[in-house]
Structures are given as structure tokens and as C-alpha cells.
Write a new protein. Structure first.
Ligand SMILES: [Zn+2]
Length: 245
């Protein structure tokens, strides 16, 4: 384990990381991108005695390297720390990529493949997939996730995702986005698989009076009239609309 001259480990405890994510609005303080690295600003890690969120921030790899190579000054970072980009614009953002084929949407074990509109709720296309319009363009996904209060948490428009900066926690680790509504209350776990499918393994979402709950391999939908239905397995392949509620 790497430690500095004060014996401080490079490993930052999970709750300190969360504090830093929250104070930065879950993205790079300079540009708002959601793929981030944790950075000791002042003092730098080599001179730090502790992992203090007040002196630490989030930077995307590109902004980070501009600071490391001194193309940008430390003052640039400190200014951004006072006015984080995500808090100003209200979201952190990044892009999904579906280069090879139409991605399947796997919702708590329910697999929807080759559907233009994988899920439709109350006549609203909750998710939509568009084929590439020109050579080299990926498949394009648009869609919406709302939390258990019906507030928009993650919005996807033509592969660009935006996570609301007023959420309790958004954690992006490699291809996996985890959103928590509060301590130990997971709202969404979304992973882009190695096959470039979209896997929703956890979901707690209210939309238009419908309650969607996904955990592992089941999807439970509770309807506005109180009735409910549990779905699993492959329900749709090659349809215009996959499932409609
Ligand atoms: Zn950045």
C-alpha cells in the first residue's frame, strides 16, 4: 500500500469520497464530466496529513492532466472548487457508446432486444433506440430514469447522460453508474456490459403513477390501480415497442 511521508495511504475512505462527490455535484469541477479522479489540491497528496474533503476535489482525466502538466494553474482548480461546474449547470454528464450493434436493454432480468422503443409507459417512450444515420456513428439511446419520488435522476439523450447534481449520491466506477437516494437506499445501478448492452440490475423508480422495482433478475411493476406484475426472462425481440404499460 502506497503511503506518503506522513504515513497517509493513497486509498481514500469511501465516505470521504462521497463527501467530495457531493460537494462537487458528482463531476469534474472544471468541465462537469462524470468520469472523475479524486485529487488533493492544497496541500498535494505528498504533503497531506489527512484526506480532507475541504482541500480535495474531482477532476476528469483530461482536466487533471492539464493541471499535472502545468498547462493550467492550481488557481484554475481552486476557482472551480468554489464554483463547481456541475452545481452551476445542475448535472454531471458523459457519453455511452454502442458502436457495434443495437444494444439490448436488460431490466431486472427482462431482456428487450432490437426494439425501437424498448419501454413505453402511459404512451410515453421511456427509452428509445435509433440506428446509426451515417457510417461510424454508434446506435443512439435516449431515455429517462426517475427516483422513488418521481424526480428525474438520470436523463439520456442520444447517448449523452446527465445525472442530476441535487441527487444524494452518484458514483461512476468504470462502466457502472450507481445512484443512491440516501444512505443504503439505492435508486439505480446501471452497467454497460462487455457486450455493450444496458443492464439495470437495481431500480426503484416511480413514473406516471407506475412503480418499477428491479433487483437482480426480476422486475416488479405496480400499476396506478394497485395491481402488480412480476416479469422475468426475454419478453421482446425485434418489436417496435418492447413492453408497454
Ligand atoms: Zn474536466
Amino acid at each position: 500500500m502506497e503511503v506518503n511521508k506522513f504515513g497517509l495511504s493513497r486509498v481514500i475512505p469511501a465516505e470521504i469520497k462521497r463527501d467530495i462527490r457531493q460537494q462537487c455535484g458528482f463531476g469534474c469541477v472544471i468541465c462537469g464530466l462524470g468520469i472523475i479522479q479524486y485529487e488533493h489540491v492544497d496541500p498535494e497528496f505528498k504533503d497531506a496529513k489527512k484526506h480532507d474533503p475541504a482541500n480535495m476535489t474531482l477532476l476528469c482525466p483530461q482536466c487533471h492532466s492539464k493541471v499535472t502538466t502545468k498547462m493550467w494553474s492550481k488557481s484554475r482548480v481552486k476557482l472551480a472548487m468554489r464554483m463547481p461546474k456541475c452545481l452551476q449547470q445542475g448535472y454531471s454528464n458523459e457519453f455511452f457508446d454502442f458502436p457495434e450493434r443495437n444494444p439490448s436493454l436488460i431490466f431486472g432480468g427482462v431482456k428487450l432486444s432490437n426494439c425501437k422503443i424498448p419501454i413505453q409507459v402511459a404512451n410515453y417512450a421511456l427509452f428509445q433506440l435509433k440506428k446509426p444515420e451515417y457510417l461510424g456513428q454508434p446506435f443512439l439511446l435516449s431515455g429517462l430514469f426517475t427516483d422513488s419520488n418521481g424526480e428525474v435522476s438520470l436523463e439520456i439523450k442520444d447517448n449523452e447522460w446527465k445525472a442530476n447534481s441535487s441527487l444524494w449520491d452518484v458514483e461512476v466506477k468504470g462502466p457502472c453508474i450507481t445512484i443512491r437516494e440516501r444512505h443504503r437506499k439505492i435508486h439505480l445501478v446501471l452497467t454497460i456490459t462487455e457486450q455493450c448492452d444496458i443492464l439495470v440490475s437495481r431500480l426503484d423508480m416511480v413514473f406516471a403513477g407506475f412503480y418499477f422495482e428491479a433487483n437482480g433478475d426480476y422486475l416488479k411493476v405496480t400499476f396506478p390501480d394497485g395491481g402488480s406484475s412480476e416479469l422475468s426472462g426475454c419478453v421482446a425481440d425485434n418489436c417496435n415497442v418492447g413492453i408497454s404499460f
